[in-house]
Design a protein around this ligand. Structure first.
Ligand SMILES: Cc1ncc(C[n+]2csc(CCOP(=O)(O)OP(=O)(O)O)c2C)c(N)n1
Ligand SMILES: [Mg+2]
Length: 593
C-alpha cells in the first residue's frame, strides 16, 4: 500500500529555501488537500474523473502531481458517467470530482443514475462557505448541496474539519461498495482544503478500509428451498442481470447454468457472461420463454420495467397487471428486493458470488436436467428466429439500415471479443442489443435501468482508461449529441475509442415534418446529412463518412488496427427506425395512435 506522504506545501518549500524560515513547523503540518489525496491513495484509488475550477483546481493539480491519473472532461455529467462505469467494471468506487453548485448539479444526474443502476461511485464536490450558504447570503456558487444530493444517493456526507477527512472518505467508500452498491456524495467545503493539522495526527486519522464489500453468505435453508423449487420445475428459466455481471463470479455462474442445463436469458449488461452463442441461451426465444416458464430464477436481476414487473402479457398474464403464474427464485444482495412486484417463493439473499457458490455445492455433481420437451421447444424457436435474422442481416439495402450496418459491427465484435461495446440510442440501442453477440463478461455497457441518453462518451473514456482495451461505441445520432464534445477528451488522452454514429437524421427517425408547414423543423429531426465525422477531425482524430457496409467495415477494421480515436458517421435510412424503438408500448402518444 502507498506510504502516506506528508508533502510540504508550496509555501513550506519556499520557506525551506530561506535560512531561519518556519520550515520545521510547516513540515510537521499537513493540509486538507493532501489528506484527501492520501486518503484516496491509501484506499487504492488511482484514477479521478472530473472537471477543475474553484475550489478544487489545486486538488486536481496535486492529485496528478502525486501520481493519480486525473481524467479531465468537458462536462461534469460525462465525468460522472465515466466514474460510475469505472465502478461497475472494477468493483472500486469511481470518483467524480466537481466544483460547487452548477458543477455539482451537472454531476448529480450521473450520481442518481449510479444509484439506480447499483454502480459504486463517489461524487466529490467542492462547496461554498457554510456560514454564508446556510444564511443564504449570496455566496459564490451558493447551494445546499448535501441536502440536494441526499435523495439521489445511497449516502451523503460532509467533512468540515481536516481531521475528519479520513473518516469521511472511508465512510464514502464503504457506503458505495458494501451491500447493494450505489452512488455516494461527499461534500468538501472550500475552507477544508487549506486547513492544516499536525502531520502525525493527520496521518493517524486516515483509514484504510478493510473488507469494504464483505461477503454475505446465504442461509443454507434458503439455498435448499430455492434448489427444491428449481428441481420441481417442468419449464425452468434462469435470468442473469447486471448484478451477476458486477459480481465477477463468472466461472461459477457459467458452471451453475451449465450444470443445471436450464435455458437462460441475459439482461442487456449481462450479455457475454456466457457467450451469446451458447446453446442454452434463450435470448432468441425471449417472447416464448417468459410466458411459458413455470419457475424462474433471477440472479442479480430485478423485476423492474425491463422485465415488465414480472407480470402482464409478457409473462402470459391475462391482462396487463395479471400474474402469469410463474414461481420465482430471486438471488439478490438486498433483503428488500423480493416481493417488490410479484410474490417471490424462494428469496436467496447474499452476494451473488457466495450465493452461486453455495448453490453449486448444494446441487452436487448430478443434477436432473430439465425436461427435453422444454429444451427442444426453445431450441426449435431459436433456430427459426436466428435463421430469420440471418436472412435480414444478409440484405444490402441502399441506403444502409440498422441491420446491414450492425451486421458489420457483429462481425467486428466477434473477431475482437475483448473490445468493449458502449451502446445508446433507441433503435440504435435495441437493434445492437439483439444483433451484436457478446462473448465475454462486462463487455457491454449501455443505458441501463433508466434508459438514459448521454452515457456514451463518458462510458467510452472510462472503459478505455480502466481496461486499456479497444472501445466500440454504437451511438444513435441523438444519443451521441448528449456527450459529443467529449470526442476532444478522447483525442486529448489518445484513447482507442471507435465511435460509430447510426445517423438517421433524428430521434427514432429522420423523416418527420412540422405539421403546420412552418419554417421550424419537427422537434424529432436534425440537420439532414450532418457530418459528425468532422468533429473528430477537428481534434486530430480520424473521421470517416460511411454510406455502405463495406466502407463501415474498412473504417472499423482500420480503427481497431491503429487504436486511433475514430468517429465513423454511418448513414442510415432515415425511415428505418420505429418510434421509441422496442418500447413503443410505454409511449402514451403512440398508444393512442
Ligand atoms: C436523458 C434522456 N433524455 C431523453 C431521452 C428520450 N430518448 C430516448 S431515446 C432518445 C434518442 C433516440 O434517437 P437516437 O439516439 O438517434 O436513436 P435512433 O432511434 O434514431 O437510432 C431520446 C431522446 C432519454 N432516454 N434520456
Ligand atoms: Mg437517430
Amino acid at each position: 500500500m502507498d506510504q502516506v506522504a506528508t508533502k510540504p506545501t508550496a509555501n513550506a518549500a519556499d520557506a525551506a529555501r530561506k535560512p531561519g524560515g518556519d520550515t520545521d513547523r510547516q513540515a510537521q503540518e499537513i493540509d486538507g488537500f493532501q489528506l484527501v489525496i492520501d486518503a484516496l491513495k491509501l484506499n487504492g484509488i488511482d484514477t479521478i474523473f472530473g472537471l477543475p475550477g474553484i475550489p478544487i483546481t489545486d486538488l486536481t493539480r496535486r492529485l496528478q502531481a502525486s501520481g493519480l491519473r486525473v481524467i479531465a472532461f468537458r462536462h461534469e455529467q460525462n465525468a460522472g458517467y465515466a466514474a460510475s462505469i469505472a465502478g461497475f467494471m472494477t468493483q472500486k468506487p469511481g470518483i467524480c470530482l466537481t466544483v460547487s453548485a452548477p458543477g455539482f448539479l451537472n454531476g448529480l444526474t450521473a450520481l442518481a443514475n449510479a444509484t439506480t443502476n447499483c454502480f459504486p461511485m463517489i461524487l466529490v464536490s467542492g462547496s461554498s462557505e457554510r456560514e454564508i450558504v446556510d444564511l443564504q447570503q449570496g455566496d459564490y456558487e451558493e447551494m445546499d448541496q448535501l441536502a440536494i444530493a441526499r435523495p439521489h444517493a445511497k449516502a451523503a456526507f460532509r467533512v468540515l474539519h481536516a481531521e475528519d477527512i479520513g473518516v469521511g472518505v472511508a465512510r464514502a467508500i464503504r457506503a458505495a461498495l458494501s451491500g447493494r452498491p450505489g452512488g455516494v456524495y461527499l461534500d468538501l467545503p472550500a475552507k477544508l482544503f487549506p486547513q492544516t493539522i499536525d502531520a502525525e495526527s493527520g496521518r493517524n486519522s486516515l483509514i484504510k478500509v478493510v473488507d469494504p464489500a464483505p461477503r454475505q453468505i446465504p442461509a443454507p435453508d434458503a439455498v435448499q428451498r430455492a434448489l427444491d423449487l428449481l428441481k420441481s420445475a417442468k419449464r425452468p428459466l434462469i435470468i442473469l442481470g447486471k448484478g451477476a455481471a458486477y459480481a465477477q463470479a463468472d466461472a461459477d455462474i457459467r458452471a451453475l447454468v451449465e450444470r443445471s442445463g436450464i435455458p437462460y436469458l441475459p439482461m442487456s449488461m449481462a450479455k457475454g457472461l456466457l457467450p451469446d452463442t451458447h446453446e442454452q441461451s434463450a435470448a432468441a426465444a425471449r417472447s416464448y420463454v417468459l410466458p411459458e416458464a413455470d419457475v424462474v430464477m433471477l440472479i442479480g436481476a430485478r423485476l423492474n420495467w425491463l422485465l415488465s414487473q414480472g407480470k402482464g402479457k409478457t409473462w402470459g398474464g391475462a391482462s396487463p397487471k395479471a400474474w402469469g403464474g410463474q414461481k420465482f427464485i430471486q438471488v439478490d444482495i438486498s433483503p428488500q428486493e423480493a416481493d417488490s412486484n410479484v410474490r417471490v417463493d424462494a428469496p436467496v439473499v447474499g452476494d451473488i458470488g457466495s450465493c452461486v457458490a453455495a448453490m453449486l455445492s448444494a446441487m452436487g455433481a448430478k443434477w436432473p436436467q430439465p425436461p427435453s420437451e422444454w429444451v427442444d421447444a426453445i431450441s426449435e424457436r431459436r433456430t427459426k428466429n436466428v435463421g430469420k435474422m440471418a436472412e435480414t442481416l444478409a440484405k444490402n439495402p441502399v441506403p444502409m439500415n440498422y441491420h446491414s450496418a450492425l451486421n458489420v459491427v457483429r462481425d467486428i465484435v466477434k473477431a475482437n471479443p475483448d473490445a468493449i461495446l458502449v451502446n445508446e440510442g433507441a433503435n440504435a440501442l435495441d437493434f445492437t442489443r439483439s444483433i451484436v453477440d457478446m462473448y465475454k463478461p462486462r463487455k457491454r455497457l449501455d443505458v441501463g435501468t433508466w434508459g438514459v441518453m448521454g452515457v456514451g462518451m463518458g462510458f467510452s473514456v472510462a472503459a478505455a482508461v480502466v481496461s486499456g482495451d479497444q472501445v466500440i461505441a454504437i451511438e444513435g445520432d441523438s444519443a451521441f449529441g448528449f456527450s459529443g464534445m467529449e470526442v476532444e477528451t478522447i483525442c486529448r488522452y489518445d484513447l482507442p475509442v471507435c465511435v460509430v454514429i447510426m445517423n438517421n437524421n433524428g430521434v427514432y427517425r429522420g423523416d418527420e415534418v412540422n405539421p403546420t408547414g412552418g419554417r421550424d423543423p419537427s422537434p424529432l429531426v436534425f440537420v439532414k446529412g450532418a457530418r459528425y465525422e468532422k468533429l473528430m477531425d477537428a481534434f486530430g482524430g480520424v473521421g470517416v463518412l460511411a454510406t455502405t457496409p463495406a466502407e463501415l467495415r474498412n473504417a472499423m477494421e482500420e480503427a481497431i488496427r491503429s487504436r486511433k480515436p475514430t468517429l465513423i458517421n454511418a448513414v442510415i435510412d432515415e425511415k428505418a427506425g420505429t418510434e421509441s424503438g422496442r418500447i413503443t408500448s410505454l409511449n402514451p402518444t403512440a398508444k393512442k395512435k
